[in-house]
Structure formats: structure tokens, C-alpha cells
Design a binder for this molecule. Sequence first.
Ligand SMILES: Nc1nc2c(ncn2[C@@H]2O[C@H](COP(=O)(O)OP(=O)(O)OP(=O)(O)O)[C@@H](O)[C@H]2O)c(=O)[nH]1
Ligand SMILES: [Mg+2]
Length: 195
Amino acid sequence: MQVYILGGFLGSGKTSLLMRLATMFSERKAKVAILVNESGEIGVDGATLKAQGYDAMELPSGCICCSLSGTLQTALKNIKNDIDPDVIVIEPTGLALPHKVKELVHFACIEEEKCVIIGVCDIQRFRDLIKKKEEFFTRQMQGSDFILINKSDVAQPGEIEDATEWLKQRFPDKPIIPVSVKEGTNLEKAYELIQ
Ligand SMILES: Nc1nc2c(ncn2[C@@H]2O[C@H](COP(=O)(O)OP(=O)(O)OP(=O)(O)O)[C@@H](O)[C@H]2O)c(=O)[nH]1
Ligand SMILES: [Mg+2]
């Protein structure tokens, strides 16, 4: 069983990516389960995913990397026992630290073959985010094995290059890939890389 954790700030495109990845895995005959942790008000995501036919499980309000850590571990064990998928894709809230979620996956003893964190970075809000929340954003990306710079379809000239440069300076060893989850740009490349 492989586990993918999608890290990234609020609205960066995690759910959109999750849907795409779920489709890509399913097309390649892998059995996919999805675990979504909504941050609050409305739990739309889990409902949408279930409607699309995926084994989707939604965790209640609260954050799986802190207050709901036990709930996450129970959910993972249940998924393993009841569904036994080839792939689990986890979307924590935009305020979670994905490396903490990864630790919890290990502690849950579900004997995963591998656990990969994909950091999603929103190019539209990149400048604003590093200005106002640089430390948090850096910690979120620090835990990632790969970084996707999302929303390339709406990037201004030079923005992707600037963001790539900024990220490369801090994380020289991490693959950084500009994508548009909306339009599907570079998603095959990203998919191959995360295998
Ligand atoms: N232009 C553009 N918009 C995108 C892209 N990917 C996602 N979006 C939009 O960005 C908004 C947020 O996308 P979500 O997938 O819900 O992001 P999220 O990270 O799951 O958001 P939270 O769960 O609320 O943190 C939506 O309006 C998406 O349609 C993209 O590649 N390009
Ligand atoms: Mg979401």
C-alpha cells in the first residue's frame, strides 16, 4: 500500500489534485482510497469524491496533525482492514504540517510500502504567502518530497521562474514542477515522478 499526502496552504489546489491523482491511479488499475480532512464549516470535498465513485472517507472538523491524530490512525487502520487499497491519498487541511501527518501514518502500523508528501504551492498567492507566512509555508514545503507549483495557467510572466528560484535556494534537493491541475499541464510528468 502506498500513501500520498498532499500538503499545501488553503486553496492551493489539493482537492483538485487529489481528484486528478485518484483518476490517474484508477486508470492504471490501482484501487484508491481517499481520506479528506476538512478544516471546518462545510465538508463538501468528501461528499463530491464519494459521488464520483471513490472510496472516500472524511474526518470531522479539527486538524489531523494535532487534535485528531488518534482519529487519523483509526481511520487508516479501518481503510486497511475494510478496503485494503493499493493507494491511499490523504488531504490534510491547509493548516496542517504534512510531515506530522507522515509520522502518524508510520505510527498507525499499516505497513505502508512508501509514504510520499507532495507539496502544493499556489503561484497566485506565492508572493503574498512568503511575505506574510514565510515560516509556516517553509515548514510545509520542508516536509515535502516533491513540490508542485500549481495554477501555472494563471501565472504572470516571470512568476514561475521567481518562485522556482526561491524554492530551489531553500530546497536544492527537491524536484520542483510547475503544473496546472485545472488544465492538466505537466500532470503526467508529476505522476511519473512521484511513483
Ligand atoms: N486557475 C487555476 N485554478 C485552480 C487550479 N487548481 C485549483 N484551482 C482552483 O483553486 C481553488 C481551490 O482549489 P482546491 O482544490 O479546493 O484547493 P484546496 O487546497 O483543496 O483548498 P482547501 O481544502 O480549502 O485548503 C478552486 O477554485 C480551484 O478551482 C489551477 O491549476 N488553475
Ligand atoms: Mg481541499
